[in-house]
Design a protein around this ligand. Structure first.
Ligand SMILES: C[S@@+](CC[C@H](N)C(=O)[O-])C[C@H]1O[C@@H](n2cnc3c(N)ncnc32)[C@H](O)[C@@H]1O
Length: 192
């Protein structure tokens, strides 16, 4: 299966977006709620409808960047939340992106990528983080589909990959997942 720009863009055009929960997930929301530094440069790749970005913006975070490979996802976000700075919206392949961020948020992006890109994901994420920057969010911690997303996995396997690129790697069973994902998610905190 070719999980390219057209694959994802067609999903948004056909409104086949079963992953979209219509609001920031509780783990992300509660993580955001304890952030105090509103100047943090925050990056949300594979953001889709980017509810986290909207929430951050409403809280006064002014340095938030949203990226998605699907132009339709970015377009939809722009239309839904026109207050968000248009020059912080990026339509691009994550693996091509250049930038430097203090915090990157992960929400159902890792599981959307072909598992053979996980090493590349880890390397790219560490490149995009500033010194001591963090990647935080949720990842599925149980095996899932093998032919199409979402792809799950095991925390032990994830740790083997991320340990190569991060100085601190923590995966905790997620206690505040949304109901349909309860028991299947880990909250991940990686420090460059
Ligand atoms: C399962 S969806 C999750 C969207 C959003 N994070 C959410 O939770 O609703 C995966 C997203 O990753 C995007 N995506 C997939 N591959 C990508 C890539 N290489 N670069 C940037 N975005 C990508 C897709 O377009 C899609 O919006």
């Amino acid at each position: 299966m070719n999980l390219d720009k057209d694959f994802w863009n067609d999903k948004y055009l056909a409104n086949q977006i079963g992953w979209d929960i219509g609001s920031p997930s509780t783990p992300l929301k509660e993580y955001i709620d304890q952030l105090t530094d509103k100047t943090l440069k925050i990056f949300i790749p594979g953001a889709g409808n980017a509810y986290e970005a909207e929430y951050l913006h409403q809280l006064g975070f002014s340095n938030v960047y949203v990226l998605d490979i699907a132009p339709q996802a970015i377009e939809q976000f722009k239309n839904r939340y026109p207050d968000f700075p248009a020059n912080h919206l990026i339509t691009e392949d994550f693996f091509e992106h250049q930038g430097q961020y203090d915090l990157i948020l992960e929400q159902t992006f890792f599981c959307a990528l072909n598992p053979n890109l996980r090493e590349k994901y880890a390397h790219k994420m560490s490149e995009l983080l500033s010194k001591k920057g963090k990647l935080c969010g949720v990842m599925f911690r149980t095996p899932m589909n093998t032919e199409h997303p979402p792809f799950g996995g095991k925390v032990e396997d994830y740790k083997n990959i991320f340990n190569k690129y991060f100085s601190s790697v923590s995966f905790e069973d997620c206690y505040n997942s949304i109901k349909p994902r309860m028991g299947n998610e880990a909250f991940v905190k990686l420090i460059k």
